[in-house]
Ligand binder design. Structure first.
Ligand SMILES: NC(=O)c1ccc[n+]([C@@H]2O[C@H](COP(=O)([O-])OP(=O)(O)OC[C@H]3O[C@@H](n4cnc5c(N)ncnc54)[C@H](OP(=O)(O)O)[C@@H]3O)[C@@H](O)[C@H]2O)c1
Length: 241
């Protein structure tokens, strides 16, 4: 009989940007549900903290340093996961950066590149490397962590907004490409979340979304019945912060 408290037992979940914030909360949640969480990010120390928290909760994890802007680094991550586990059930593309605030016409091209290369190209790289493994596994989930800034105007954050609008379009399109392989590609668009990501001046942290709220949305997506496909979650705080 299957263990209803650990519906993801035996599954492998890769989470980018798992060393802190929303990614750490998602990796912990998936491990609590029984998956082995593969924690990736550029900073080993953060990944080790998440791994320690997962171990304390009785879960399983693995650590692989990876920069999502570097195709060879992403390929190495996929190769490691393939040789160690020979399957991938869940890929959460969470790694992302904000950017210096200000009007687009004053934005340095290098900052534009950093934002787009992390938030959009990085997701393309991860899907490029992992989709074949998920297809071989027989299906699974790809969850892209976008933002409400991918649905609304964000004055003084145009590059970030463009990266997330792009990510939404990528997600809807790839969802159609991979449906026939039993891979559900969904996108989560949270409003402001209380993390180290960027200052949220004037917002009450108590009213803001918490990282675990995003993890809860991911849990909902990856524990759906096989015939059900929630393709998008827009997550807002109940009270305006
Ligand atoms: N916080 C919010 O208000 C909010 C709202 C909506 C959506 N989001 C989205 O949620 C996601 C996570 O945000 P967060 O608030 O948890 O931010 P965070 O606390 O700053 O964490 C970002 C994570 O991404 C990793 N990362 C950054 N660049 C990377 C790269 N090139 N390669 C691999 N990993 C990289 C970071 O680790 P290393 O630096 O160690 O690599 C870190 O673990 C982002 O995509 C963000 O756009 C955030």
């Amino acid at each position: 009989m299957s263990d209803t408290t650990r519906p993801l037992a035996g599954q492998i979940a890769v989470v980018t940007g798992a060393g802190r914030g929303i990614g750490a909360a998602i990796a912990r949640k998936l491990a609590r549900l029984g998956a082995t969480s593969v924690l990736s990010g550029r900073t080993r120390g953060g990944l080790e903290s998440t791994a320690a928290a997962i171990a304390q909760e009785g879960g399983q994890s693995d650590i692989v340093e990876c920069d999502v802007t570097d195709l060879s680094s992403v390929n190495l991550l996929a190769k490691h996961v393939d040789s160690r586990f020979a399957r991938v059930d869940i890929l959460v593309n969470n790694a992302g950066i904000g950017g210096a605030g200000g009007p687009l016409h004053q934005l340095a091209p290098e900052i534009w590149d950093q934002i787009l290369n992390t938030n959009l190209r990085g997701v393309y790289y991860c899907i490029r490397s992992f989709a074949p493994l998920i297809i071989r596994t027989g299906g699974g989930h790809i969850v892209n962590i976008s933002s409400i800034a991918g649905k609304n105007a964000l004055p003084n954050g145009a590059a970030y907004s463009a990266s997330k609008w792009g990510l939404n379009g990528l997600s809807y399109s790839v969802a159609e490409e991979l449906r026939a392989h039993k891979i559900r590609v969904s996108v989560v668009c949270p409003g402001s979340v209380h993390t180290e990501f960027s200052p949220h001046p004037g917002k009450d942290p108590e009213r803001m979304l918490q990282p675990d709220d995003v993890a809860h949305a991911v849990q909902m997506l990856v524990t759906q019945a096989p015939q059900s496909f929630a393709s998008e979650v827009v997550l807002r705080p109940t009270l305006k912060p």
